[in-house]
Design a protein around this ligand. Structure first.
Ligand code: ADP
Ligand code: ZN
Length: 366
């Protein structure tokens, strides 16, 4: 393995798997799969942007190895995480002769991964699933944890499963073609890992901000490795989201979900909402006397340097956002939970903070 190549083991009893990370590793995808699974038939699921960039070439590698290969292409975007699109994929797979021996390979961002994983989990009662995530968000977030699914009207990720991949291959070279906004949105979740559980990593991100902005592949490989390791630690402790440990990954997300809903999921990318939401949560922690202002200002400075939005859109109504948050309190016996920092690198769950403090933490005045 070169110094640019890393491996992370996600240890989940018989569902454990490897994530291999490096620059250019997609060239070795057939070997990577064959070392872990006797593959005779592969359904590559991708979207129409990633198809020409990477998925087509990946499919050719399998064909060249005399493996029967089909490419199933969906439209890009969150609207494809839909039961009807899953249905179309099931039908196409039948027509293409897929059966219990077929392996599903997702090549694309989080949308492709969640949908392809859902199709893999359900077709013929479950197919072997591999992932080659191509967005930074998918590489640091959806490659660990096994959550797959589709959205229902007004209910994101409402239908799905825990379906662990048999392996994840992450080529950081794919990030060179990612649109700037998508790249930066992914960085918000990277910063999140530092705040919730790893202060030295946060300091590393501060020190490497210029290299990150320049998409330096060695730095990216290290960042993706570290985030996958951190998320794996959390998921290993709480695979099915039962103990509450996994909740720390929701830092910034209670605010984010309200911001996304208030803007109809059209104005903010998820990661942008996370960036704004983390600063809201940090201000809330300040108001509650849990941290000093320095914890918020370090996050603010780093997110600013990484080109992320820092404030909620000024036209949003704070009362509406508060209403959306309280409507959303399906979690934990009707309590509205916030994950709040107690210092950089450590967070705690705080249930039902005073609504006035939450409102004032939005930074929207009014
Ligand atoms: P996410 O991973 O953020 O959930 P998506 O799966 O919706 O997001 O991907 C975001 C957008 O980026 C989509 O339009 C997708 O087609 C596109 N995309 C994914 N990976 C790449 C890549 N490596 N280069 C260019 N565009 C990409
Ligand atoms: Zn998120």
């Amino acid at each position: 393995m070169s110094e640019l190549q890393h491996s992370v083991r996600v240890d989940l009893a018989e569902r454990g798997y490897d994530i291999e990370i490096g620059e250019g590793v997609l060239e070795g995808i057939v070997d990577f799969v064959q070392q872990r699974h006797a593959v005779s038939h592969v359904a590559v699921i991708t979207d129409s942007n990633v198809d020409g960039l990477y998925a087509d070439a990946v499919a050719d590698r399998f064909s060249d190895a005399d493996i029967e290969t089909h490419v199933l292409v969906i439209d890009p975007g969150e609207s494809s995480k839909d039961p009807e699109v899953a249905h179309d994929l099931w039908q196409t797979m039948i027509e293409e002769g897929c059966d219990r021996q077929t392996m599903v390979l997702a090549v694309g961002g989080g949308v492709v991964g969640d949908l392809a994983g859902f199709v893999a989990a359900t077709f013929a009662r479950g197919l072997t699933f591999f992932q080659a995530p191509t967005t930074l968000l998918a590489q640091v977030d959806s490659s660990v944890g096994g959550k797959v699914g589709v959205n229902l009207e007004g209910a994101k990720n409402m239908v799905g499963a825990f379906w662990q991949p048999a392996g994840v291959l992450i080529d950081v070279a794919t990030l060179t073609t990612l649109p700037d906004r998508e790249y930066r949105a992914g960085l918000a979740e990277v910063v999140k890992y530092g705040v919730i559980m790893d202060e030295p990593f946060f300091a590393y991100l501060e020190a490497q901000a210029d290299a990150i902005n320049g998409r330096d592949s060695a730095v990216l490989a290290e960042i993706v490795r570290r985030c996958c390791r951190l998320k794996a630690d959390v998921v290993e402790a709480d695979e099915r989201e039962e103990s509450g440990r996994r909740a720390i990954l929701n830092y910034g997300h209670t605010f984010c979900h309200a911001l996304e809903a208030a803007t109809n999921y059209t104005r903010l990318l998820h990661g942008e909402g996370v960036a704004i939401g983390m600063l809201c949560a940090s201000r809330l922690a300040e108001r509650l006397g849990r941290i000093g202002a320095d914890v918020t200002s370090r996050q603010h400075a780093l997110l600013e340097k990484l080109g992320l939005p820092l404030t909620a859109p000024a036209d949003l109504d704070p009362d509406e956002l508060v209403r959306l948050m309280w409507r959303d309190k399906k979690v934990s016996a009707g309590k509205l939970n916030f994950i709040l920092p107690s210092r950089l690198g450590e967070v705690e769950l705080v249930a039902d903070p005073p609504v006035g403090d939450v409102r004032d933490s939005l930074g929207l005045g009014g």
